[in-house]
Ligand binder design. Structure first.
Ligand code: DAT
Ligand code: MG
Length: 151
């Protein structure tokens, strides 16, 4: 089953939207595999956003992501990477689809509430960066066949 990495970023945590983000992913049918609440060290922020190094918004992005705690999570499900990106909405909130988190709760690209991996390959890298193997929980949920079942 596909897995993806999700962050509720500092603005989401500060605004009390952690539960809202978790609730939407749960209700979509995704299964929580790992979670931790932490203050992000600068070294971790730089690794996580390495792909953006050199861009004009990079210094501000590092300052923002290290400015207050985040909730880091791994979620699992059918096409989890694409499904979670869709639930989050486009990077620029004014382009995010109505009903998506970034549409419903954000206005600024620099305060867009969440992060979600953008490919299966990047998801694997981000999960390994943020979590140890033994922090990922393999478990059966009683709804599994009702959500992941195929006829
Ligand atoms: P996403 O978070 O949707 O994967 P991204 O990987 O392109 O988007 O960029 C990472 C984050 O960097 C994004 O969530 C917000 C910030 N960012 C991107 N483009 C920006 C810009 N032009 N100005 C300010 N912040 C920006
Ligand atoms: Mg990205």
């Amino acid at each position: 089953m596909e897995r993806t990495f999700v962050l509720v970023k500092p603005d989401g945590v500060q605004r009390g939207l952690t539960g809202e983000v978790i609730s939407r992913l749960e209700k979509r049918g995704l299964k929580l595999v790992a979670a931790k609440f932490l203050a992000v060290p600068e070294s971790l922020a730089e690794k996580h956003y390495a792909v953006h190094k050199g861009k004009d918004f990079y210094p501000g992005l590092i300052r923002y992501i290290t400015s207050a705690p985040v909730m880091a999570m791994v979620w699992e499900g059918t096409n989890a990477v694409a499904a979670v990106r869709q639930t989050m909405g486009a990077t620029r909130p004014w382009e995010a689809a109505p009903g998506s988190i970034r549409h419903d709760f954000a206005l600024e690209v620099s305060r867009n509430i969440t992060h979600a991996s953008d490919s299966v390959e990047n998801a694997a890298g981000e999960i390994a960066l943020w979590f140890a193997e033994n922090e990922l929980v393999d478990w059966q949920q009683c709804t599994d066949t009702w959500i992941f079942g195929k006829n």
